[in-house]
Design a protein around this ligand. Structure first.
Ligand SMILES: Cc1cc2nc3c(=O)[nH]c(=O)nc-3n(C[C@H](O)[C@H](O)[C@H](O)COP(=O)(O)OP(=O)(O)OC[C@H]3O[C@@H](n4cnc5c(N)ncnc54)[C@H](O)[C@@H]3O)c2cc1C
Length: 441
């Protein structure tokens, strides 16, 4: 429920915050740190949301185990229900190659981590410039096909991690259900310490920079592999690792004036960019000439004096796509003499397919044999066990507890093999979860 309230003496009682997650499963979000708030309330699957009084539900949720606390609510803005689904479309592209799925139509994850809209925007960005290139005439078929190769693994990893983040919340609910976290005695103190420890040990939900900025298009057939071999550099969940390994988003670095980002030098719109750090600009003229011949929009950026940027960027020359991802970099040895420039550019615009596969120890996120992916309906408050085509990874007991749609009321469904329609804590208590990540205020 989204609502307006200026009852700050209660809502800001614990100081400034963005999210507060309650040990019973509810959550409070400060939308503007002033007067606009969202509350998520866990509800049983079979509850008809229209029977709930929104104000009462807010007071009950924020009061926690000690009973409702009165909050002065000026206006209820929106109430709605949502289900934490996870699903991934088997294919992002129609058989005829004319329809492309993006956003929630292609994948859905649990909101923990905030990956849904971010993944959706990334999808749309990826497909948009590729369609523009094909419509303009220089982009080839492989460019469109690469959309799925590039974006589906990103969604798979994001879905996987959203589940890991969710499981930390679940663990906290489970711990809370096993004792009284409010108790002013040694047992209460010990429980609070365990909850704190759980949260701090798995604190990735808002800190996983590797997820947010470190995704790499390692499977793409329009990314030229390193001629020396394609082993992916280390990928870390918490840290963004700057690299120009083909497929990564180019790393930001300030130029030596201390204020110009190298991104500010890139071409605009549909333009690719060749960044040439070599002293004699040996790559620039050849790439410029071949790109013109292929009618490929290319901006040349010569940075022979930028030693620091050159060091971070690892190579003498790097080719950047319109979406700022690297699609080629010069070999470590041999310079331009070892480069088939026409092939590099033909691959980059999808008129030819890249040779060889990058080796990615970090790439595939979802478990199983690759056939676990499925697609489920998310509209309405239906029992998850009745949704057709449930993927095997959705049938895991803990993930089957996910069941909602759109923002607001939180409903939880239990696989029939356990108990139908029990509440979150009841379910969590029985769940043998090993958890890996975290919630954060
Ligand atoms: C509680 C919650 C919290 C979230 N928090 C975050 C977050 O912090 N960060 C983040 O990145 N993501 C978050 N998300 C996910 C994010 O909201 C979605 O991933 C995102 O809205 C997907 O965008 P979309 O355009 O693909 O789909 P939608 O936003 O669902 O848009 C689809 C649109 O199509 C319309 N439509 C459907 N059928 C038809 C039809 N037949 N004809 C015409 N129109 C139709 C719908 O009405 C809707 O407006 C959250 C989601 C939830 C539920």
């Amino acid at each position: 429920m989204h609502f307006k309230s200026r009852d700050l003496s209660k809502l800001h009682r614990h100081g400034q915050f963005w999210h507060i997650f309650f040990t019973q499963g509810g959550a409070l979000i400060s939308q503007d740190e002033k007067d606009t708030w969202t509350v998520h309330v866990p509800i049983p699957l079979d509850l008809d949301c229209s029977t709930l009084d929104p104000k009462e539900a807010v007071c009950k949720t924020l009061g926690g185990p000690e009973g409702p606390v009165h909050i002065d609510i000026d206006e209820v803005l929106v109430t709605s229900s949502w289900r934490p689904n996870i699903c991934l479309a088997d294919e992002y592209i129609s058989k005829g190659g004319r329809v492309f799925l993006s956003g929630d139509s292609a994948h859905q994850n649990i909101p923990t981590g905030g990956y849904g809209m971010n993944t959706a925007v990334g999808d749309s960005f990826d497909i948009a410039w590729k369609i523009a290139a094909v419509v303009a005439g220089y982009g080839g078929d492989a460019l469109l096909r690469s959309y799925e190769e590039e974006r589906q693994p990103v969604a798979a990893r994001n879905i996987d991690q959203s589940g890991a983040h969710w499981s930390v919340h679940a663990k906290v609910w489970g711990l809370s259900a096993d004792g009284d976290a409010q108790a002013d005695d040694s047992a209460g103190q010990a429980l609070r310490a365990r909850i704190t420890e759980t949260v701090l040990e798995n604190d990735a939900e808002n800190k996983a920079h590797g997820m947010e900025l470190g995704y790499r298009y390692y499977k793409s057939s329009v990314i030229n592999r390193d001629s020396e071999g394609g082993l992916e550099p280390e990928w870390k969940l918490f840290d963004y690792v700057p690299s120009t390994w083909p497929g990564v988003r180019a790393p930001h670095v300030f130029l030596k004036d201390g204020k110009t980002s190298i991104f500010d030098c890139f071409g605009s719109g549909s333009q690719y960019t060749l960044v040439d750090f070599s002293a004699d600009g040996q790559y620039a003229s050849v790439f410029d000439e071949v790109a013109s011949r292929l009618a490929m929009p290319l901006k040349i950026v010569l940075l022979p004096e930028e030693k620091h940027a050159r060091q971070i960027w690892e190579r003498e020359a790097v080719l950047i796509r319109p979406d700022d991802h690297v699609c080629w970099r010069s070999p470590l040895q041999g310079g331009l003499g070892n480069v088939d420039v026409e092939n590099v550019l033909l691959v980059s615009i999808g008129q030819r397919v890249a040779q060889g596969q990058a080796q990615s120890p970090y790439g595939d996120a979802l478990p199983g044999d690759g056939k676990h992916r499925s697609f489920t309906a998310t509209i309405g408050n239906v029992n998850q066990t009745k949704v057709e085509k449930l993927a095997s990874f959705q049938q895991w007991e803990w993930l089957c507890a996910l069941n909602c749609s759109i923002v607001g009321w939180w409903s939880v469904c239990i696989p029939q093999s356990i108990h139908k329609n029990r509440n979150v804590c009841g379910w969590i208590r029985n769940s043998p979860l090993e958890l890996s990540t975290i919630i954060r205020q």
